[in-house]
Write a protein that binds this ligand. Sequence first.
Ligand SMILES: Nc1ncnc2c1ncn2[C@@H]1O[C@H](COP(=O)(O)OP(=O)(O)OP(=O)(O)O)[C@@H](O)[C@H]1O
Length: 252
Amino acid sequence: MSSTGESSSAVAVEDLTKAYGDTVALRDVSLSVAPGEFVSVVGHSGCGKSTLLRVLAGLEDDFRGTATVDGTDVRTEGGHRVGMVFQEPRLLPWKTVRENVAVGLPRDVDPDSEAARERVDALLDRVGLSGFEDARPSELSGGMAQRVSLARGLAYDPTVMLLDEPFSALDALTKYEQQDFLLDLWRDSDLTVVLVTHDVEEAAYLSDRVVVLGGQPGTVETTVDIGEGRPRDREEWLVPYRDRITTALGVE
Ligand SMILES: Nc1ncnc2c1ncn2[C@@H]1O[C@H](COP(=O)(O)OP(=O)(O)OP(=O)(O)O)[C@@H](O)[C@H]1O
């Protein structure tokens, strides 16, 4: 890949192959995500979706090919600014909401400083949780807990947000609310989003583009362009995109 290509993409993956021992999770995967783009990655269980996010988050250093965020190799320690949100909020139950978000602050920020407190409280305001700063995770609903984990991911001031099935543990109504919440947050920011999901409708509803991974090891089957038009209808509008994605997945 040319250096120009790397620097103009928020995320650039070229010929990525990742194995865990004898298990090859991803083979020759290439994809790029433009700054500010919202891209979803869908695929059957075990096709390497989480592995792809782990590579982008800098959590894996043993792979072949290249993976960059904002033109910087993901293996460069502290070199790229990504935030990560998982399926479960993974909050520390003994810490308050404010303290949980502060866990995500960069290492050079003193979490006890006034500046850190202001930054965390501003983030909690941004995710609609003002007034819950001193609450414990056990006092929150599932959707609220997931927004705390989003705020924790944002605390690092990321350019790229990686989300690994963040809504799959929520009931349908809460899931819709949180999806719209994420869209609003993304629209009001410069964030690039890479969302992993096996919910095809979620991918079509939220994304500019959907990358379909398939097989074991996972490879890119196809990419479906959804476009930028929003707001979207969850019913008829979704159907043709959903059908194209499910066809690519080999689902009837
Ligand atoms: N730490 C690990 N050690 C060994 N094998 C692993 C590890 N993590 C993932 N794998 C294997 O790599 C493959 C891809 O796993 P991965 O979790 O990335 O898939 P996925 O598409 O995210 O699946 P799911 O949708 O079920 O979460 C699977 O065969 C899995 O068993």
